[in-house]
Design a protein around this ligand. Structure first.
Ligand code: ADP
Length: 475
């Protein structure tokens, strides 16, 4: 049994009341964490606000050093972190290791990017003036993160915040607190000063309410559901906080008649089955040009038949359990709804019965229609829903006919088609012949209701900076 503690203003804290954390593969209690609430949330902001001026005043070279120390410690603890990720999120161990590396890429990238927080001088329209722009950290940042990437969603927010000179209060998902606590323990070990990072576990609503009402918190950065994202946006209005929201996706995956079928199948497997489909950029709706439907389906089914479901701690498992009953019910409901409306299940569609966890066999269904739930909502499970199209214009129109706009995928070997697709898909991320577009150095974020702002790359640090314009009358 694991027993976590919260880290508030440089102190590890407990509460009498605890929250249980389950292992989704076994449904056994993995451990407990404190059930923090409003009081602790305020203490964390006190610590972060007190630490802010000194942290902001450090040179970027100083902050670079702290971040790199943290990066090296994470690298030294990769096995421990990966194991925690698998135990609390269910994803296969190999994938969890990949996540730790990906998470750590953000820290190294922003350690470097700290050195490039450039200002500007602007030519004046009359002599005797010097016009300058400088960048300043926004202040205390509240970060709220989800369970599907227990490490990467944290570092993608905290690393640019710290690099920019902000201090942070973090609330990780209740399903995956242990990875977060370990990461913050390593940040402490790296010598990051008291109050600069704080992590709370407990009641999301109570904690978020206090942070939202506190005017010292100048920015909220959130990854999670559209529903909670909208609520946070409303609540942030009272004190006009800056917001970054990375919300849901419902990614279309277009296979042109000019696609390389092997590449498209590989992209489909990468994009759909990573973390059992519990990824906000996971492909959800597959539009395949009529002429290639048969060839794509055959090649896809052959690859899907090689995938194994099971406990992610076991060697050779490709797909772990879904995180909880709620997601399981949603996935099964999408399958049942598709069946009822005329889809044909080609493989899967049922529960994997040999474990207590919520496991759904990798599923491929065809004859999907645009009115099915799996074509309209984020499934967040290992389900490929396919439909055919005749022209690329039709595919793009159907792909864009949604309130989501996070990621889209398109496969073709023809240059004109590639450009047409990339330019016309209304999505923040387009994977062109690529099922895995994520990386620390690129902008990640959505159009429409999929969010606001961009994380990653040089874009990702700008959201943690204020722009100050200084007009200096020199004569
Ligand atoms: P998911 O469906 O991925 O669990 P949520 O949006 O429910 O998405 O959760 C993402 C994060 O938001 C988690 O850390 C969760 O605890 C937190 N959260 C959930 N409800 C609220 C809320 N009302 N206010 C603030 N944070 C919340």
């Amino acid at each position: 049994m694991l027993h976590g503690q919260m880290y508030v203003n440089g102190h590890w804290m407990d509460t009498e009341k605890k929250k249980k954390v389950l292992n989704p593969a076994t449904l056994e209690v993995l451990g407990t964490v404190p059930s923090g609430g409003g009081e602790e949330a305020k203490q964390a902001v006190d610590g972060a606000a007190e630490a802010f001026p000194e942290w902001a005043a450090r040179t970027v070279y100083d902050r670079h050093e702290y971040l790199m120390k943290w990066h090296h410690l994470i690298r030294a603890h990769i096995d421990e972190l990966a194991k925690l990720i698998t135990l609390e999120s269910g994803k296969p161990l190999q994938e969890a290791r990949g996540e730790v590396q990906y998470a750590n890429d953000y820290i190294a990238w922003y350690a470097e990017e700290a050195k490039r927080i450039y200002g500007e001088t602007i030519p004046p329209s009359s002599s005797g003036k010097t016009l300058m722009v400088r960048k300043e950290p926004v202040g205390v940042v509240a970060a709220i993160t989800p369970w599907n990437f227990p490490a990467a969603m944290i570092t993608r927010k905290i690393a640019p915040a710290l690099a920019a000179g902000c201090t942070v209060v973090l609330k990780p998902a209740e399903q995956t607190p242990f990875t977060a606590l370990k990461l913050i323990q390593l940040a402490e070990q790296a010598g990051i000063p008291q109050g600069v990072v704080n992590v709370l576990t407990g009641e999301a609503k109570d904690i978020a309410k206090v942070w939202q009402q506190d005017a010292r918190v100048r920015k909220v950065t959130f990854t999670g559901s559209i529903e909670v994202g909208k609520q946070l946006m409303k609540d942030a209005a009272d004190t006009m906080k800056k917001l970054s929201l990375e919300l849901g996706g419902q990614a279309p995956f277009i296979v042109s008649k000019h696609a390389d079928i092997d590449k498209a199948v590989e992209g489909a497997i990468q994009s759909k089955f990573r973390n059992g489909g519990q990824v906000c950029i996971a492909a959800n709706r597959f539009y395949v040009q009529e002429e290639r439907m048969e060839a794509f389906t055959e090649a896809l089914l052959s690859k899907v038949s090689e995938l194994t479901c099971g406990n992610g701690m076991e060697e050779g498992v490709d797909i772990g359990p879904l995180i909880n009953e709620q997601i399981y019910e949603k996935v099964m409901n999408h399958i049942a709804d598709a069946k009822e409306k005329g889809a044909t299940i080609l493989t899967g569609g049922t529960t994997q019965e040999d474990g207590p966890g919520y496991m759904v066999k990798p599923t491929v269904l065809t004859n999907a229609t645009d009115d099915m739930l799996c074509m309209q909502e984020e499934t967040f499970g290992p389900v490929i829903a396919m439909t055919s199209f005749q022209t690329l214009e039709e595919a793009v129109r159907r792909a864009n006919n949604t309130s989501y706009g996070l990621a889209a995928y398109a496969f073709t070997e023809q240059l004109d088609e590639a450009f047409y697709l990339a330019e016309n898909l209304e999505y923040g991320i387009v994977g062109l012949n690529d099922g895995r577009p994520s990386a620390a150095q690129v902008p990640f974020g959505g159009y429409k209701e999929s969010g606001i702002g961009r994380e990653g790359g040089h874009y990702g640090i700008q959201d943690f900076l204020e722009i100050k314009y200084i007009s200096f009358a020199t004569s």
